[in-house]
Write a protein that binds this ligand. Structure first.
Ligand code: MG
Length: 235
């Protein structure tokens, strides 16, 4: 039996755009701005980051899902030598503003804009993201009825909070009426699969399926998406 899909939810990072170059550039530019203000900073490696994150979460549980706060607190720790404190806070806030602005300098994958526009004429569209990009800062934002980040869900995918919030946004929608589209095998696909939500896996890097449940249909080009949805749900 063909499912009656009424709503399509999308992940953002690495699904609508390639996130790595954006985040790398945002990170480098922000650090450069900070160092121009305060001199060289010992940023540490990825392991330091993981440990620091764990320490911060022990002090403040909300940092687990509030990644903007996490980033600010990391800046604050790295600038602990900067005094007086209000100068440090000022630099941290400004640095975060710069980071967030640069974090939105993305390039949509080819075909995203047309697909989203066309799909919005047939389906309710929503965003479910663990990141802190705001889809409403982009032109395509106007096609989405809602956007839920980890900050709003107070939790992160693969936990179910994003999906529970999603069905509370719209009347007469159940998990069986949703199609979720994302790149992450666990955070997107496993999470939705567990709730009985249909999924499409965006796999543009030819990654192998590594989960112990059946691989959902996948696509590697946004130009194919509408046709896949038509074949699956609109016959
Ligand atoms: Mg993603």
């Amino acid at each position: 039996m063909i499912k009656q899909i009424k709503m399509i939810t999308f992940d953002l990072d690495d699904t609508l755009w390639d996130n790595h170059p954006t985040i790398m550039k945002a990170e480098v530019d922000t650090r450069e701005w900070i160092e121009n203000k305060v001199g060289e900073v010992e940023w540490g490696d990825f392991n330091d980051f993981i440990n620091l994150r764990a320490d911060l979460i022990r002090e403040d549980k909300t940092i687990e899902w509030d990644i903007s706060k996490l980033r600010k607190e990391i800046f604050r720790k790295k600038l602990s030598h900067v005094t007086p404190e209000n100068l440090r806070d000022e630099i941290v806030d400004k640095a975060f503003d710069i980071f967030i602005e640069k974090r939105h300098e993305i390039k949509l994958f080819d075909g995203v804009k047309e697909s989203i526009k066309n799909l919005s004429e047939k389906y309710i569209l929503g965003v479910l993201t663990n990141g802190n990009a705001d889809v409403y800062k982009f032109d395509i934002g106007k096609y989405f009825k809602f956007s839920i980040s980890s900050l709003e869900a107070k939790d992160s995918k693969p936990n179910r909070a994003h999906f529970d919030m999603a069905i509370s946004q719209v009347n007469n929608i159940s998990f069986g009426n949703i199609l979720h589209i994302g790149d992450h095998q666990i955070n997107d696909i496993f999470c939705a699969y567990n709730l009985g939500i249909d999924t499409l896996w965006f796999n543009n890097n030819n990654v192998s399926w590594a989960q112990d449940f059946k691989k959902p249909d996948e696509f590697s080009s946004w130009h194919d998406l509408e046709q896949i949805i038509r074949n699956k749900y609109e016959r």
